[in-house]
Design a protein around this ligand. Structure first.
Ligand code: HEC
Length: 196
């Protein structure tokens, strides 16, 4: 007898709990109860909203003086022909000509980003040049062959004459790789049929 009462009582408690749960949580798209809501919903500011915290009213702050963002790779050159020559004298390519993976990557970069103007073989006969863009000089001429890697890096980074900068499209590694690949295009021209 006692057992029956106990079971009925447990069943009753279960039904009431389940019923309350169903009734009280009518909107199931919203959290029911939040512990420490100030942590879940911390105040934030919109970058371009007027700030009431800073005297100049700007929310977006300048980086503190003398700091640089994490991962910044500085390059202390200006977009001038003089600095292109200086880059040629100072910068050495981190990509070795023997690094097959880097040269292969350079081939992909060159075909994608350079061949439209310079042509797949670097002769200045790419489809963009054939359609009226001022054709670049052949990269197989002595001038480009004699250009140090660092100077070409400067050309890719800052542009030169009618060639735009490729700094925003190509990472530094990809710029150096494309130069390594360009050297493989130029090499037969330096020494046709000769030893590498
Ligand atoms: C939009 C067309 C265009 C693209 C794309 C382009 N170039 Fe050029 N490039 C030119 C032109 C035009 C010149 C000649 C610039 C001048 O007036 O001195 C040039 C010049 C150069 C020179 C100097 C050649 C010399 O003898 O002075 C190099 C090296 C070079 N480009 C490499 C590249 C590489 C590598 C890429 C790919 C990352 C590339 N270019 C992408 C148009 C382009």
């Amino acid at each position: 007898m006692n057992r029956l009462v106990l079971n009925l009582a447990l069943l009753g408690i279960f039904l009431v709990t389940a019923g309350l749960n169903f009734v009280l949580r009518s909107d199931r798209t919203r959290p029911n109860w939040e512990y420490a809501p100030q942590m879940a919903h911390s105040p934030r500011a919109n970058a371009f909203a007027v700030s009431t915290v800073f005297a100049d009213g700007k929310t977006l702050r300048e980086p503190p003086q003398g700091t640089s963002p994490r991962g910044l790779q500085s390059l202390h050159y200006a977009a001038t022909p003089e600095d292109a020559l200086r880059a040629g004298a100072e910068l050495a390519s981190p990509v070795s000509a023997e690094d097959r993976a880097a040269v292969d990557r350079g081939a992909f970069v060159f075909t994608t980003f350079c061949a439209p103007c310079h042509g797949a073989g670097g002769r200045g006969d790419g489809p963009v040049a054939r359609r009226g863009y001022p054709p670049p000089p052949s990269l197989l001429l002595e001038h480009a062959i004699a250009m140090p890697d660092g100077q070409i890096f400067h050309v890719l980074t800052y542009g030169q004459g009618n060639m735009p900068s490729y700094a925003s499209q190509l990472s530094r590694e990809d710029r150096w790789s494309s130069i390594a690949y360009l050297r493989t295009l130029q090499h037969p021209a330096v020494d046709p049929g000769g030893t590498p």
